[in-house]
Ligand binder design. Structure first.
Ligand code: PEP
Ligand code: MN
Length: 346
């Protein structure tokens, strides 16, 4: 439920609404907006007496949020969320942020080389998994904590921010200490206990769409994170399972405008997992930016043929440089701008 204040309502009137909500046994969440302030009532069990709130001074109207997800919806918050990362990098504003790097952190040499290469081409955030969710238990599982150390070293050397995946609550604690963005992967999108832990972390969360999840399920998973108090959530379209083996997944471009309509949260696109094929990554990256994605995540490896995971979908560094040149032009056409590495540390 949302209590919309009149334009020009005083702080005291807003505070009174907050106090009444708390007296009723619910949580209040004031949200100053560009047009007016609204106060969200969190935890509505269907027994809230709306008339008690409607009658308070400064209240314009009380709105029932009709969607099953609440805090994540545009009804709850009309203004788009802009997630603020370090060094002036944002996701969800005018800038299109590019996250790039290998699927996995493999060696010090590999991750440092990749970091320098993607920075050179214009990425602002380095990706690389220290813990990898692999279909086979015999496949490379990631370096674990030493991998996080290498990511921290890469950030120190390049100024790139770090995005890396947490697979369980224990690992999430370690990831939160080092990373600038905590990634929750497709396979864990509905790991609700992990989502709750992420909701209590003090770092932004990148939540990837499950491979068989609807957009509504994605938004409900994001709601778990917001419900615990973490409002810094970035969604990610990474392809869904289809019947056609021509590509690894079906990259659902439509999810980008669909999410933008339903939610104020930013959404980025991952054309690497979305297609699974190196030669399809650039066309789909271009399409994602044209469709309004707030960023893209791309796998790039110094030697894709030697990669320990996802080599077939990883770009060669020169291909990534080409991708950057192309998406910059597309972003400008739609009134956006690809975030510049120069802004890191500015
Ligand atoms: C990844 O980003 O390397 C990854 C495992 O992605 P997803 O969870 O989308 O499969
Ligand atoms: Mn991967």
């Amino acid at each position: 439920m949302l209590i919309v204040m009149r334009h020009g309502a005083t702080d005291a009137e807003v505070q009174r609404v907050v106090a009444v909500i708390e007296e009723m046994g619910y949580r209040a969440h004031p949200m100053p907006g560009s047009q007016r302030t609204a106060v969200g009532l969190v935890g509505n069990d269907g027994r809230v007496d709306a008339s008690r709130l409607e009658g308070l001074p400064g209240v314009q109207e009380v709105i029932q949020v009709t969607k099953p997800y609440k805090q994540v919806s545009r009804e709850w918050k009309a203004d788009s969320t802009v997630v603020q990362l370090g060094g002036g990098v944002t996701i969800g504003g005018t800038d299109v942020a590019v996250i790039a790097g290998p699927c996995s952190v493999e060696t010090e040499r590999q991750i440092l080389e990749a970091a320098h290469q993607v920075k050179e081409a214009g990425a602002v955030i380095l990706r690389g998994g220290a813990w990898k969710p692999r279909t086979s238990p015999y496949a490379f599982q990631g370096l674990g904590r030493p991998g996080l150390k290498l990511l921290a070293k890469a950030r120190e050397e390049t100024g790139l921010l770090i995005c890396t995946e947490a697979m369980d609550p224990e690992g999430l604690g370690y990831v939160a200490e080092v990373a600038d963005i905590i990634q929750i992967g497709a396979r864990n999108m509905q790991n609700f206990s992990l989502l709750k832990v992420a909701g209590r972390a003090k770092k932004p969360v990148l939540l990837k769409r499950g491979m068989s999840a609807t957009v509504e399920e994605l938004l409900l998973s994001a709601e778990y994170v917001l419900a615990e108090g973490n409002r810094e959530v970035i969604l990610c379209e990474r392809g869904i399972r289809g019947f056609d083996p021509s590509t690894r997944n079906v990259f659902d471009l439509t999810a980008i405008p669909v999410v933008h309509k339903l939610s104020h949260l930013p959404i980025i696109a991952d054309p690497s997992h979305g297609t699974g094929l190196r030669d399809k990554v650039i066309p789909m990256a271009r399409a994602a930016v044209a469709a309004g994605a707030d960023g893209i995540m791309v796998e790039v490896h110094p030697s894709p043929d030697k990669a320990l995971s996802d080599g077939a979908q990883s770009l060669f560094p020169d291909q990534f440089a080409q991708l950057m040149r192309e998406v910059k032009v597309i972003a400008e056409v739609i009134g956006r701008r690809v975030a510049e590495p120069a802004s890191v540390g500015a």
